[in-house]
Ligand binder design. Structure first.
Ligand code: SF4
Length: 109
C-alpha cells in the first residue's frame, strides 16, 4: 500500500481523503501488530534543556532567552530512576537538547 518498509515516504504524509484514511488504517494495523492492546508508560527524563540548534517551533531553541536553562545532576537522576521510578513506568527515555556538555556528562562517562 503506502509504506515501503516500516516508515512512510515523505510523499505519503501529504495524502488526503481516501489515501489519508488508508494511511491511518495502515498505521493502526502496524501499531496493533507491534503493541496489541497493551499499555506502555514511558517516563521522559529531560537531562538538559540547553540546545545549540534553533528550530523555530521548539521552546528549547537557542534564541529563546525566556527559557530558564538547566542541566540535571547525574547522581540525583540516577537515584530517582533507581529508587523512585513508579512501577507503572515500562521504559525511560533520557533526552536532551543538542547540548554537547550534557552528552559528554551523560553518555561519555
Ligand atoms: S531541542 Fe531539538 S527540536 Fe528543539 S531546538 Fe534543539 S534540536 Fe531543535
Amino acid at each position: 500500500m503506502f509504506w515501503h518498509g516500516v516508515l512512510p515516504l515523505e510523499a505519503d504524509l501529504s495524502a488526503t481523503g481516501k489515501n489519508q484514511a488508508a494511511l491511518h488504517e495502515q498505521a493502526v494495523w502496524l501499531m496493533r501488530g507491534y503493541f496489541g492492546n497493551q499499555v506502555f508508560v514511558r517516563g521522559v527524563v529531560e537531562v538538559s534543556n540547553y540546545c545549540r540548534e534553533n528550530c523555530h517551533y521548539c521552546g528549547m531553541r537557542r534564541d529563546n532567552h525566556e527559557l530558564e536553562r538547566a542541566r540535571a545532576d547525574f547522581a540525583e537522576i540516577a537515584d530517582h530512576l533507581i529508587h523512585r521510578c513508579p512501577t507503572a513506568v515500562t521504559d525511560v527515555n533520557i533526552q536532551t537538547g543538542e547540548d554537547p556538555v550534557a552528552v559528554w556528562k551523560w553518555y561519555c562517562h
